[in-house]
Design a protein. Structure first.
Length: 101
C-alpha cells in the first residue's frame, strides 16, 4: 500500500514524493528538502523501515508538507482522485476479494 501511495504522488520537483516518511510506533512529523522524482529512494527507505517491524507494531506513512492535503484532494491534474484515498479503496477491495475466495 505504501509503495502505491508514493508512486501515485504527483511530481513537479519530487519533494512531495520524498516527504513520505515511514515510521514505527508514531507518525513522523517533520519535512525534508530532499527530492525524489522517481520515488525509488523513498520506497527503499520505507522498505527498510517496514522490515524492522515486529508483530503488533503500528507502521505509519506520513507526509507533513503543507500542500500534501491539497494534492490528495485534486490540486494536481496528475492525481485528481488523490493518492491515499485511491490506494485505501483498492486495499479494501483486495481484502473483500480474499475473504470471498
Amino acid at each position: 500500500m505504501f509503495r502505491r501511495v508514493i508512486v501515485r504522488t504527483p511530481v513537479d520537483t519530487g519533494r512531495a514524493r520524498a516527504n513520505w516518511q515511514c515510521s514505527i510506533g508514531a507518525p513522523a512529523t517533520g519535512t525534508t528538502e530532499a527530492t525524489d522524482k522517481s520515488g525509488s529512494a523513498t520506497i527503499e527507505a520505507m522498505a527498510k523501515t517496514t522490515a524492522q517491524a515486529k508483530a503488533g507494531d503500528v507502521i505509519y506513512l506520513a507526509n507533513s508538507l503543507p500542500y500534501i492535503r491539497r494534492l490528495e484532494y485534486g490540486w494536481s491534474k496528475q492525481a485528481p482522485a488523490g493518492m491515499v484515498r485511491v490506494t485505501v479503496g483498492e486495499f479494501q477491495q483486495a481484502i473483500d476479494k480474499a475473504l470471498k475466495g
